[in-house]
Design a protein around this ligand. Sequence first.
Ligand SMILES: [Zn+2]
Length: 683
Amino acid sequence: MTDATNPLLLPSHLPHGLPDYSAIRHEHYLPAFRIAFEEHRREIDRIIKVRSVPTFENTIEALERSGELLDRVAHVFYTVSSADATPQIQEVDSELAPLMAAHRDAITLNGQLYRRVQQVHAQLDSLPLDAEQRYLVERHHREMSHAGARLDDAAKARLTELNQRLSTLSNLFERNLLADTNELAVVFDTAEELDGLAAGEISAAARAADERGLAGRFLVPLPLFTGHPYLAQLRDRGSRRRILDASRARGSRDNGNDNRPVLTEIARLRAERAALLGYDSHAAYVTADETAGNPLAVERMLRELAVPAARNAAAEKQSLQAVVDETEPEPFEVEAHDWAYYTELVRSARYAIDTSALRPWFEAERVLHDGVFYAATRLYGVTFTERRDLTAYHPGARVFEVHNEDGAAVGLYVLDLYTRDTKRGGAWMNSIVSQSRLRASAPVVVNNLNVPQPADGEPTLLTLDEVTTLFHEFGHALHGLFATVTYPHFAGTNVFRDFVEFPSQVNEMWILWPEVLDNYARHHETGEKLGAAIVERLRATQTFNQGHATSEYLAAAWLDQAWHRLSASDTVDDVAAFEADALADIGLDDPAVPTRYSSPYFAHVFSGGYSAGYYSYIWSEVLDADTVDWFRENGGLRRENGDRFRSRLLGVGGSKDPLAAYRDFRGRDAEIAPLLKRRGLET
Ligand SMILES: [Zn+2]
């Protein structure tokens, strides 16, 4: 195969630069990546070797022009490796991972490149640059120094050692957790112990036991978090207790899967790395490059929420206790493993709502066209036309062309709704092509969900959760589609981690918005609307059990902060005692409301990408709730409102300080009161 025949190396001939996936085969990827790495290295070399003084054009803008081929190939590949990872693609992926990491390090830690960036940064005040260019210089300077580019060679060598050891420890944490989760799956001897589960769930447990050579018994596997969906249904108190105890024991037993020494070493090495990079703690290091800015800002918000959350959880516990006292022949004190069960009793008594019975009103095509697209048209004037003549990376990934009200094309929106074996779990948005004026590229964005395929000839009826996910992911898609930035660095969703969920959370507000709901929630056979009484109950349940839900989330977010606020000289020997102290300190230590994740199975922060950043979800929800309030105050679903949100917030992507963009949109800083109100936590 020669370069000339590799479709990844040729410009796309399809609209908006949609890659021609029909021509791309798995064996094209690695050769294309090798050529793209080489081209990018040559471009960086040219920047370093320029003899004249570093300028914005010959350094920063040149950096933005560099790596175009690599970006293109990477976007094409990572779209497929997450949504359609055949065994051959997985093989490419594992061969690629270390090459990609080494390539990135070679650039971000390049001392010569950093010195040029630094020189441009030093003259920033006197350069005739526009606001986006100025911010671009700031960001390149910041990101390279944050990664360690300014360190001397000895420090860089130690940094590399620390990174490698941390990566090994994270893998070990993940392996231990997986092994212990499997070992601790709960075995029941009789079906009676599982009384309350659906027949299908009991037969699944019987099958799972059978597969482990435990024929005639029943096996219940554990999810990632502390609770378990079955706790809401199981009538036998002892069974509930066994499941919760097993879940909470993960990674903290004296066996080969003990994660306690692993996580204390991770915390210590992260603190050492932060010190090397000039920060007091890992949390200080991480938050310095987020909108939060520092750990104190995070602490202030978590504490402000913890007080009312704990208070509401205590009130919720009282109402559960009242049910126990009334209904149980031998009443007992409500414990953690009882919470979900009695909460379900209260929920169905108070709201008489069975969300699974709503599916006939949520037919997928109607939800998409008359709900998701409809709200976007009303707000932003954009329309969506399916392009059946275009194929993305899989026949199930449908392509829509997006137009502004004046007819100008915006880009492409790809929707890949259904689950399949080659797709990873969950739902997400990513770009196949990023918008950039410098590169004259328009956005091509993808939404992936994991909705089960309906039987042949049957319509796809969504759950309320799936409807919510579609609106959420579409909010990310709009962020990518509406970008109007010059530099690729800033396109659409390339914003801080504690900001990126904000636009997607905001888009969820239209799900129950009367004009939108009336338009899409129609019975798929009769066309009748969802009854007003049901809608009212759906709205009313939004604050139900939020004391508990908020408390368990905040407890985990605070534990994440506590571990990562340690300095390099701190040592922790007793993980359980450290946790107990941290939770008591923030007032979230009611044993009936355990943390959503306990440290030995907190994969987000010890083996995933969320260390010192688990707070992000609620941090962006503050902006979200404050924005929803703004829309309400200003008449909701109106073009003027959409235009303002689009031009001042969504469109700027990462091209300016996000909190400044927020002020520009909202007219002031975000306030926390709307979030408290939404979760029923106001005093
Ligand atoms: Zn999201």
